[in-house]
Ligand binder design. Sequence first.
Ligand code: MGD
Ligand code: MGD
Ligand code: SF4
Ligand code: MO
Length: 678
Amino acid sequence: MTKVLVPTVCPYCGAGCGFFIAAEKERAIGIEYMPNHPVSEGALCSKGNAALEILYHQERLTSPLKRRGDGFSRISWEEAMQLVARGLCDAIKKYGPESIALLSSSKCSNEENYLIEKLARLLGTPNVDNCARLCHAPSVVGLNRTLGAAGMTNPIPDIANSRCIFIIGSNLAENHPVLTRWIHRAKDVGAVVIVADPRVTHTSWMADVFLQLQPGTDVALLNGMAHVIIKEGLIDIEYISQWTRGFEEFRESLKDYTPEKVSEITGVAASDIVRAARSYALSPASSILYSMGITQHRTGTDNVQAISNLALICGHLGKPGTGVMPLRGQNNVQGACDMGALAEFYPGYKKADDPNTINYFSSAWGAESLPLGPGLTATEMIDAASLGEVKAIYIVGEDPANSDPCSEHARQALNRLDFLVVQDIFMTATAQLADVVLPAAAFAEKEGSFTNTERRVQWSHKAIEPPGAALSDLEIVCKVGRSLGIDLSYPDAASVLAEINRFVPQYAGITRERLGRSGLVWPCPSIDHPGTPILHSAGFKLADGRAAILPVLYRPAAEDASWEYPLILTTGRLAVHHNAGSMTRRSPSLMEREPDLYVEINTADALRLKVADGDEVTITTPRGETQAYARLTDRVKRGVVFMPFHFPGTNILTSEITDPDAKIPEFKVSACKISRRD
Ligand SMILES: Nc1nc2c(c(=O)[nH]1)N[C@H]1C(S)=C(S)[C@@H](COP(=O)(O)OP(=O)(O)OC[C@H]3O[C@@H](n4cnc5c(=O)[nH]c(N)nc54)[C@H](O)[C@@H]3O)O[C@H]1N2
Ligand SMILES: Nc1nc2c(c(=O)[nH]1)N[C@H]1C(S)=C(S)[C@@H](COP(=O)(O)OP(=O)(O)OC[C@H]3O[C@@H](n4cnc5c(=O)[nH]c(N)nc54)[C@H](O)[C@@H]3O)O[C@H]1N2
Ligand code: SF4
Ligand SMILES: [Mo]
């Protein structure tokens, strides 16, 4: 049998790189690069290159399992479906449909997410959400308010056209590594790069201006830059008067944000604030790239609005090389949100609390009634479970026992449920708590469409069969639906996409046939539409076509250093690991490079704590304690420590405080103390 090359999309991050899987005799034998790919142009980062290592891992789930005492025993699909149907039905009968909740997966395809949220709503519960809640929920709220759409405004390759690239709260050199090639292209022709981050990172190495701010002080910094831009007359008056509302109020609100005052709050030199402001405002095309350093705060929505404000007063939107770019995290978190796997939206961002939405989908899906939202968000589901209000949860491709803040609370809440079903490719910490575990096919073992961070919808093909009795999420969700008496009969992903074409306007013209090798960028409202790489070039989808400049005032993070907890812990990512780590901790080539949990401590702090490089230390917050190795560095400032969250333990420490609008937890700021273990 000859070798075949099957085009797939990388299963890790939202950059959406493509590669071929070389398959022979039904086995994946290697990766071949895809030089014509519109984003990655044949490049892959360390995780993409290692993507096959997880497929044949010995710990893949290969059979449905049911809990037996402290362990699990293998069962048939038939028995699994009976147990799942009974578990969910019992809760619905006894406590009503709102006592169940579904967590959808931004690792799954658009078609799978569409079916999971459809299943939830056909079961009568509004409680469906995905990990965007822990990630870009503030972008969804903040950008919808200010710009009328939450997507990344410009495509990735367009970054090369930017003359000033302002990267704030994003370590894209590690977390969206292929994007750096487009930044280097811009730099090669003279673009200025500004990076704002509390840590020296691989990304800050690219910076011409590095603003090492105190965690949680971004609103002050952004307002300070806007203050300078307005004071020095660098605003785009024509753009402001034609396309925006609210400027005068904004100008008023900025009076106190002088560079000197902002310097006191942020710890950034006043002269650097002025330099950054001038570079951003004066360049002919400036873009802002941001991510978790902006969103994962109690003030996440404020931070996002402050970013929009800056772009709007300078008119850096709607044109090549400009834009506001929330870099999406998971390979399909954009698609999971587009498909309505969100507590406050049905598919296509139709508001879940609007009776018109309910009427529309009731007739679209032939349902007698559908639940009015908003439902419980991912973080609220956990709280409701701990209070005994939610009784049963169906989790697909997420690991909240490791990825949620204050993870001991999350575990206790999941343990309190009457019934938990988890569908994953590995036995995760969350699956360990389940009553039933369902084995899912991984990316190369199924087909479907995935939407990357620039809204590009791509088709990923099936290269090999899943292991053992594992099935695609699409097949499993349809099975679960049928076992509950709901008619989910779709032969394949293409037939689900055909339904999506009918009911999600942004995807109306995105058919299976048209996706080809480069995909299509939504909104794509009709079958002959070429897609829309740049948003807002002809105004905004808000009243009068104008964007809203919404003043925001700086508010400090919920926790500050204190006598008892003198250090600020910020958490984040490393190039070679992914999120809660269930995939990359099983990838030998990646584990070899970063095998253990560590904490970065400034050398001066370490001296005071009598901690040497490599010492084992205990990190404590009011939530609990965890052990890690100390890594001494000057990459973090005095008073700030950093831990990756790819190993169990980090989230024992993090705070459950959330942004009141977007409900995202403040993963980026927790007060802690550290002591050496003797
Ligand atoms: N290698 C790798 N890539 C990934 C992932 C992964 O786990 N590993 N996960 C994917 C996912 S789901 C996501 S959401 C993205 C996330 O991608 P990023 O947002 O780049 O990830 P983080 O490392 O969480 O945070 C980014 C930066 O924010 C900084 N930061 C912390 N606090 C603040 C603050 O108060 N203000 C500012 N301005 N910056 C701050 C941190 O120091 C860090 O450098 O990555 C995706 N890609
Ligand atoms: N401290 C701290 N905590 C954080 C963050 C932080 O910066 N700091 N970031 C937050 C962010 S941005 C995010 S997005 C969340 C991520 O939180 P999670 O979504 O819980 O994290 P992952 O580890 O990516 O979990 C994805 C799961 O899907 C499984 N999977 C992979 N492919 C498939 C598939 O095809 N089908 C099925 N069914 N399963 C599959 C994987 O094995 C894995 O268990 O973590 C959040 N938690
Ligand atoms: S940048 Fe993201 S999508 Fe590209 S290879 Fe790396 S993990 Fe995969
Ligand atoms: Mo994320």
